[in-house]
Design a binder for this molecule. Structure first.
Ligand code: C5P
Length: 412
């Protein structure tokens, strides 16, 4: 069983989706986990502590100041005796309280007192989910290292549809497995004991609540690299923009939407031995996100002011403190592929650039399953024959492991 012997603390928030948390308890136990539940006051309006206790086979906890609860297991013990904490449903209110570090009930106190990895599964009305305050809280939580699963888009309890539905219990269990799997120290493989940070996918830069700036990146190459690094024994953190490809097994995935969220998640994931920046980060974002949908209003269209996004790769490669031993960038080019990659190597300060031709002549690399790459570093250029993205990922990870070993032995 994949969660065999793990101790999971499930914090149930106060939303209509709380009933799904009961199913989650069963799913986690099916995979071998021991589950203890904490219910917020709001949660108890939707599900009872008795139901949570019956399904978990353990007492359910509700009150910070309850003498019986505290006598049975104090809040600090609840926080300490967990290998992971799952918050489902994570309501807008609970996310806000977590983001601001409040400890005004048992749930938030335990969340503040734990050092275990935290996974939240948000669920709320789509308008609340899109509200700038919730976006801010989400960004803060991600920067604090909190993993997020969902929410999914679809019909809601209310007559409104959009992102806000709680992820399905099986999806939450899978995300938890990935989070914990990535923390089990690897003992075998050329990257055993190493932490590898990978960025992947596009970023979405909102213009208004319905529109965004994006690109055609699918995340296939970056995700394949994360999977190959995990298979090589590394602990892998994958910071991914919005993609439809599945999470690679055994990898901790941090999902982000914008370049600035990606930058914060990368900072939070450091230190790492290797940074591989395969994401197609949007160079520009809308200078200001309109709070409501921009209207046509006839006449000439209002110009869209743009602001430059942070260069995440350059920021990490040029760190004087805590720079990964090896920083690898990607260059998706439509013209002068190698000359542009050489210039990028110098300008960004990375150790290796993996260049590919994404023009139509290059064979539909973006979104496709194959890639033709050229490895550009200070020593020169090495061109590889066209291959599947998984194969490219495996070869690249082998090369990175060899470069890292050579560096640490003091040879160039
Ligand atoms: O400058 P350009 O976008 O062509 O550089 C591509 C490389 O830089 C990729 O490795 C990409 O992940 C990284 N990058 C980044 N942050 C940006 C832009 C690009 O990390 N804002």
């Amino acid at each position: 069983m994949t969660l065999d012997g793990t101790r999971i603390l499930l914090v149930i928030g106060g939303g209509i989706a709380a009933y799904k948390a009961l199913d989650l308890i069963r799913r986690l136990r099916e995979r071998g986990a021991r589950v203890r539940c904490v219910l917020t006051e709001g949660a108890q309006r939707f599900v009872t502590p008795l139901a949570a206790a019956a399904l978990s086979g353990e007492r359910a906890f509700t009150d910070l100041f309850d003498r019986e609860d505290e006598a049975a297991i104090g809040h600090i013990r609840l926080a300490r005796e967990a290998d992971a904490v799952v918050v489902a449903p994570a309501t807008a209110n609970l996310m806000a309280r977590m983001a601001s570090g409040q400890a005004d009930d048992l749930a938030t106190t335990v969340l503040l007192a734990t050092t275990a990895p935290i996974l939240i599964a948000p669920a709320m009305n789509p308008t609340m989910w899109r509200h700038p305050a919730t976006r801010r809280n989400l960004e803060t939580l991600r920067a604090d290292g909190v993993a997020v699963v969902g929410p999914n888009a679809g019909p809601m309890a209310e007559p409104e549809s959009g992102p806000g539905r709680l992820a399905e219990p099986l999806e939450i269990a899978d995300a938890l497995e990935a989070l914990l799997g990535a923390r089990i120290p690897a003992t075998a493989g050329p990257l055993a004991g190493r932490h590898v940070l990978v960025t992947s996918g596009p970023t979405h830069e909102p213009i208004d609540p319905v529109r965004y700036i994006a690109n055609r990146s699918s995340g296939k190459q970056g995700h394949a690299i994360a999977a190959a690094a995990a298979a090589a024994g590394a602990r892998v953190t994958l910071v991914s923009g919005p993609v439809t490809v599945p999470d690679p097994p055994g990898v901790a995935v941090v999902r982000v939407e914008t370049a600035r969220e990606m930058e914060a998640a990368v900072e939070a994931a450091l230190p790492a031995d290797v940074g591989i920046f395969a994401a197609a980060v949007a160079d520009w974002r809308a200078a200001e996100e309109a709070p409501s949908k921009r209207k046509k209003d006839g006449g000439a269209p209002a110009p869209l002011a743009l602001a430059l996004n942070p260069d995440i790769l350059a920021g990490v490669a040029q760190r004087t403190d805590g720079r990964p031993a090896l920083v690898v960038g990607f260059a998706a080019e439509t013209d002068d592929v190698i000359a542009n990659a050489r210039a990028k190597l110098a300008r960004k300060g990375c150790d290796l650039v993996v260049a590919n031709d994404v023009s139509a002549a290059g064979g539909g690399v973006m979104g496709g399953d194959h890639n033709t790459v050229h490895l550009v570093d200070a020593a020169g250029v090495e061109s590889w024959a066209r291959a599947g993205k998984d194969e490219v990922a495996r070869r690249l990870v082998d090369r990175i492991a060899a470069l890292l070993a050579a560096r640490q032995e003091g040879t160039p």
